[in-house]
Design a protein around this ligand. Structure first.
Ligand SMILES: [Zn+2]
Length: 265
């Protein structure tokens, strides 16, 4: 008898605590379960979605639906930054950390800021001697554009030139690489026309023309830094320089001379 009473009270307790769920309760339970589960997305530790990228909600008919978490915008930007090839330079090459001590530096920065908010699809060209912060300013522009949701590819000219040289006798691979350079939303070429081997200048100019012309025809924004200012580039090859000037317009910057004179076009 005592056993039976004990058993009945156990059943009573079980009923009290484990009564069957209504549909609404089940949906709520299932939603909480999803929202509390932990995902494995990288880069940011998000307390809202617990690194799944999505949040589950319940509508008025007790149907569930997912919305993207606010962290996804940032995650996608970080993923695009990593894919761009810009690497660690993005951390110290920001617009805020660009030194403005002289009028020409201020104008470089102002032009960069104007370019970032420009929506005409212009190109950006900065030419001049090393040490004037060309890579810094172009990297800062690149990061800003990636954060706007654009896809950008970073190429150091010297490496690109060597890669194209190694592919030039393989039509399929060469064509694939050129198509990749043509198709990317924004291409940033760093140290344009600076290769290690000046005896191969004609080959270098041929490759440069193919890329610039492909971007020109596709009408895709291109950011270029070079030790050659635009008039020096023009004396090397006026077909290349002409296309760059036409596309860059007021975003063509030359920093030259000991005084680092600044001029546009
Ligand atoms: Zn999140």
């Amino acid at each position: 008898m005592e056993e039976l009473i004990k058993e009945l009270s156990l059943i009573e307790n079980f009923r009290k605590y484990f009564k069957p769920m209504s549909e609404e309760e089940y949906v709520k339970y299932q939603t909480d379960l999803y929202n509390n589960s932990v995902g494995d997305l990288k880069y940011i530790d998000c307390k809202i979605c617990k690194n799944k990228g999505y949040i589950q909600h319940i509508d008025e008919n007790f149907h569930t639906y997912l919305t993207e978490c606010e962290c996804m915008v940032k995650r996608k930007s970080i993923a695009r930054l990593r894919k761009s090839g810009l690497g660690n330079t993005i951390e110290h090459c920001t617009l805020d950390s660009y030194t403005v001590q002289n009028p020409w530096q201020k104008r470089v920065k102002d032009t960069a800021l104007e370019y970032i908010s420009d929506t005409s699809g212009s190109w950006f060209y900065i030419g001049g001697q090393s040490g004037c912060g060309k890579t810094h300013i172009c990297t800062a522009i690149s990061v800003a554009l990636i954060n706007q949701g654009r896809t950008l590819k970073y190429e150091i000219w010297r490496n690109l030139f060597h890669q194209l040289q190694s592919l030039q006798f393989d039509n399929e691979k060469y064509g694939y690489k050129l198509k990749e350079l043509q198709d990317v939303d924004i291409l940033y070429i760093d140290d344009f026309m600076k290769s290690l081997d000046r005896s191969k200048i004609n080959t270098e100019l041929n490759f440069a023309f193919e890329i610039i012309n492909a971007r020109y025809i596709a009408d895709k924004p291109t950011i270029i830094s070079s030790e050659f200012d635009i008039s020096q580039l023009n004396s090397l090859d006026n077909a290349i320089a002409g296309r760059i000037v036409e596309k860059s317009g007021r975003f063509t910057i030359s920093v030259s001379g000991g005084e680092k004179n600044f001029r546009l076009k």
